[in-house]
Ligand binder design. Structure first.
Ligand code: ZN
Length: 126
């Protein structure tokens, strides 16, 4: 069963300047990572993202993805050989974390947003 936790998310403006830290509900994904609502320009975007718990930063910037696409994309982070409980500077300097972050971002970018049916991520009918 999923564990719902409080996540301190770093909200940013579109120029990337931090606005504030906001407590949001999240779903624990792996040690150091949680699925949270995505914030865009300091407001809820309607999408979901993965937040790095020690830093409060979204792993990939932008409006996020629908929950189905986000869960699929997040496998790249969970399956990577990365200790996500380290602080943001350590993660930033880790090539494996960068690779996983790019893979996650690319997969999440495939989401069709509000029109997404996520059918391309569901297994074929038997
Ligand atoms: Zn989607």
């Amino acid at each position: 069963m999923a564990e719902i936790i409080t996540v301190n998310v770093l909200a940013r403006e579109n120029d990337n300047a931090p606005i504030d830290t906001i407590a949001l509900a999240g779903e624990l994904l792996a040690p150091g990572l949680a699925i949270t609502p995505a914030l865009l320009d300091g407001a809820l975007s309607g999408g979901w993202t993965v937040t790095h718990l020690p830093s409060g930063k979204a792993v990939s910037a932008g409006a996020g993805a629908c929950l189905a696409c986000l869960r699929f994309a997040a496998k790249a982070l969970v399956e990577a050989d990365v200790d996500w409980t380290r602080d943001g500077d350590a993660i930033k300097d880790d090539p494996a974390a960068s690779r996983a972050g790019h893979e996650f971002g690319s997969a999440a970018y495939e989401c069709g947003g509000v029109d997404c049916e996520a059918s391309h991520y569901l297994p074929a009918a038997a």
